[in-house]
Write a protein that binds this ligand. Structure first.
Ligand SMILES: Cc1cc2nc3c(=O)[nH]c(=O)nc-3n(C[C@H](O)[C@H](O)[C@H](O)COP(=O)(O)OP(=O)(O)OC[C@H]3O[C@@H](n4cnc5c(N)ncnc54)[C@H](O)[C@@H]3O)c2cc1C
Length: 389
């Protein structure tokens, strides 16, 4: 057994979870991987991949049984994210975003909200998590989207930018400020908006470097009206919900980045074993071996940390912000590094679209930017060591 096979066996998945993961592997091998280059070329939303994912009932794995789901472990979810993202990073992030938008509802929603919304998610609804605004990126507390109570309704005005699934979502988790609470961070609140709510519109979708098949939209709320029952938590509780949501979504984007990293590593190893120069396979050159060794060592340690964080979450630990930041930071930097070195090891061929590493390099870059840029994660980790005197 090689080091990575042993690592893949590390998370304590149940027989049912292993079986589901095997089905996901078969799906990625037979359908998602073969379609990935074409989706990257056309930048069309990969509806047939999403239909195939829903045919397997994958959304159900993170929805509790009481609401039509299967309630599988977080480790099993991360293993599936990594697998799908290795095959097609666009499809991986589309599916993972469903989880990112839904997990706060599972953790903080009222019974009525869960009964009403979660069965639809379990059946395959697409989610969107709406935090970023044109003037509020790394510092989300400067968001200006407003929630104003009007009788039994809440009226939403403002807009969000760079929203994954923003043009195709069935359910939007939106963060904004509660008008009566003013402009500070204590006014931040959260609510759900459903597809086709009047006043919700898509302003544009972005033409991106990578993740070309995953849509990224600017959306506007123009007097959008939802019932008060769609408010998540209490007015002013949004920042707490936001931080809790990020603690669960950051390991998820790290698993996605590690999918890209593993794909680039596998391609690099396959290529150096096949390509010959000066009468030898290039893997036989010590300079190449040292590089592969460094990448393998980093990847092994980062994957081990992924399963460590997954285990903490499955054990119910909620204070995992720093562990999640360490994971997101290292996984995304590693995805970028391995994808860059994989292109290098392919020589000129790595720069040609026919080879997958060209796409993996473009897909890797955003992982260092979204869900908190890596500068912000360094800041969060560093700050946590300031002694409180
Ligand atoms: C493809 C894509 C998909 C996305 N999906 C979503 C989504 O689904 N939902 C959502 O809400 N958002 C989403 N985002 C937004 C993403 O999370 C933000 O782009 C990211 O948080 C950075 O914000 P910004 O782009 O405004 O950059 P800025 O915050 O303006 O940062 C610019 C630069 O300044 C640096 N910087 C900023 N503050 C500091 C600091 N305090 N110390 C050191 N350096 C700093 C940053 O690290 C960065 O290098 C997505 C973005 C993209 C491109």
């Amino acid at each position: 057994m090689n080091v990575f096979e042993r690592l893949d066996a590390l998370p304590a998945l149940s027989p049912e979870e292993r079986q589901l993961l095997d089905s996901v592997k078969a799906l990625t091998r037979d359908e998602i991987t073969p379609r990935a280059a074409e989706y990257d070329r056309t930048a069309e939303f990969p509806w047939d991949n999403i239909r195939a994912i829903n045919a397997l009932g994958l959304n159900a794995m993170f929805v509790p049984e009481a609401y039509g789901g299967a309630g599988l472990s977080y480790a099993a979810y991360l293993a599936c994210v990594r697998e799908i993202s290795a095959a097609c990073a666009s499809t991986g992030i589309i599916w993972a975003t469903n989880f990112h938008a839904t997990k706060p509802l599972i953790d903080f929603g009222t019974e009525e909200q869960k009964q009403r919304l979660l069965p639809r998610v379990a059946e395959g609804a697409i989610g969107a998590l709406c935090i970023t605004e044109p003037e509020a990126g790394s510092d989300a507390t400067h968001m200006t989207t407003r929630f104003t109570q009007d009788g039994g309704d809440i009226v939403i005005t403002g807009g969000k930018t760079f929203i994954s699934n923003g043009d195709v979502a069935d359910l939007y988790l939106v963060f904004g400020k509660w008008s009566e609470l003013g402009d500070g961070r204590n006014a931040i609140s959260a609510l759900y908006i459903e597809k086709a709510t009047p006043g919700l519109s898509v302003l544009r979708t972005e033409d991106k470097m990578g993740h070309r098949a995953a849509s990224t939209a600017a959306i506007a709320f123009d007097g959008c009206r939802v019932q008060r029952a769609n408010l998540l938590g209490m007015p002013g509780e949004g920042l707490k919900l936001l931080l809790a949501a990020l603690n669960k979504s950051r390991p998820s984007v790290a698993a996605h980045a590690l999918g890209i990293a593993r794909a680039a590593f596998d391609d690099a190893v396959a290529y150096v074993n096949e390509r010959r120069q000066s009468g030898r396979r290039i893997v036989e050159f010590q300079g190449v071996q040292f590089l592969i060794a460094d990448l393998a060592a980093e990847l092994a340690l980062c994957e081990a940390w992924l399963w460590h964080v997954a285990r903490l979450i499955d054990l119910g630990e909620s204070d995992i912000g720093i562990e999640a930041s360490v994971l997101k930071l290292r996984a995304s930097d590693l995805a970028m590094r391995i994808a860059t070195e994989a292109v290098q090891l392919h020589g000129g061929y790595g720069y040609i679209k026919e080879y997958r590493v060209e796409r993996l390099l473009r897909d890797a870059k955003i992982t260092q930017i979204w869900e908190g840029t890596n500068q912000i994660h360094r800041q969060l980790i560093g700050r946590s060591f300031i002694a409180r005197g």
